[in-house]
Design a protein around this ligand. Structure first.
Ligand code: SF4
Length: 337
């Protein structure tokens, strides 16, 4: 029988076929000595299917903390004693100012993120206002992350020009009840389906290292493959004080690299984005993660944790010889159309 890496190489690079769940499971048992070979393969797969460019995005928490849900990793849940204090919805001019700053820093995508189960009428109104103002005043693509949506809410966002909607499934369906009891994985899935159906790009990924098994991580990669998001943010748990996962050990850098590489082989053409927790999990190996299949990054700070400076990340990309993707939308008129 041929070696697993050889089989994946033939399937993905020569025949342009997908790999099976059994292949991905076998990769979870590959020895650490062979990890560089896996990384080399996933890099070639990324280049063949997604090209050398890296998409740079900036995110802004426009309404922080006080969320009624109980996602066990999240310091924004109002159910846990964390250091995050609830903040009201930021004024539109502050949101536009943040978007302008990140455009200057090199981002082409700006995502408005709110700590809510889903939006009410007030939040919808404020979000639509902010989306219109960013589109009128910058040349960036606008994304939103507002939790669980009804179909009319999703339609309103699509009509306002929201290019991409983020709604993470977070983890494997089987493991989800261990990390959240106030809503279901299926509710999240339903929102993802609505977003796709309305023609917005779907961004859906999750957090690695919450206590799931390597097999559940593979299940998660395949559940996402069924959904087919354009973008998959890969977060790594950064245990937050006061949350139920505060004492969970972070993944080792090698395990995180293996995970990135497997996600790339399961999702050869997707935008796989480095999101929160890479600094504490990968530490000095963040550039290696870029060579393991990552082709997008969030620059600047995350929602409640600090990231590296944008200039450090842009230098990392330059050092790796990876060009920043610049295909922002054509300049619109002042009315944002
Ligand atoms: S992950 Fe989202 S829905 Fe869950 S507690 Fe945090 S802000 Fe609320």
């Amino acid at each position: 029988m041929t070696d697993i890496l050889e089989r994946c190489d033939i399937a993905l690079l020569k025949r342009e076929e997908t790999i099976a769940r059994e292949d991905a499971l076998e990769l979870t048992n590959l020895s650490d000595e062979r990890l560089p070979d896996l990384i080399a393969l996933s890099h070639r797969v990324r280049l063949q299917y997604a090209g050398p460019q890296v998409e740079v995005e900036s995110i802004l928490s426009a309404k922080t903390g006080g969320c009624p849900e109980d996602c066990h990793f999240c310091s924004q849940s109002g159910r846990f004693e964390t250091t995050v204090r609830p903040e009201p919805f930021l004024p539109t001019d502050q949101i536009v100012e943040a978007a302008r700053r990140s455009e200057k820093d090199g981002a082409t995508e700006f995502c408005i993120v709110l700590a809510v189960r889903g939006p009410d009428d007030y939040i919808m109104e404020r979000t639509l206002d902010a989306v219109g103002a960013i589109r009128a005043n910058t040349n960036m693509n606008v994304a939103c992350s507002l939790g669980i949506l009804t179909r009319p809410q999703a339609e309103a966002l699509a009509d306002a020009g929201v290019h991409r909607y983020n709604h993470n499934l977070e983890t494997a369906r089987e493991f989800f009840p261990e990390i959240c009891t106030t809503h279901s994985w299926e509710e999240r899935y339903e929102t993802c389906l609505i977003v796709k159906d309305l023609g917005m790009e779907l961004c859906s990924g999750g957090i690695m290292g919450m206590g799931e098994t390597p097999e559940q991580r593979v299940d998660f990669a395949f559940e996402l493959r069924e959904l087919g998001p354009a973008e998959i943010p890969l977060n790594f748990l950064n245990p937050r004080p006061g949350t139920p996962l505060a004492d969970r050990a972070v993944l080792s850098p090698l395990e995180a690299l293996r995970c990135i590489a497997i996600f790339r082989l399961v999702h050869p053409g997707a935008i796989i984005r480095y999101a929160g927790g890479r600094e504490v999990t990968l530490r000095d190996m963040q550039a290696t993660g870029m060579l393991a299949g990552v082709n997008a990054i969030i620059i600047g700070n995350y929602l409640t944790t600090l990231g590296r400076s944008p200039s450090d990340d842009l230098r990392m990309l330059a050092d790796l010889g990876m060009p920043v993707k610049r295909d922002v939308p054509v300049k619109r008129g002042n009315d944002g159309t």
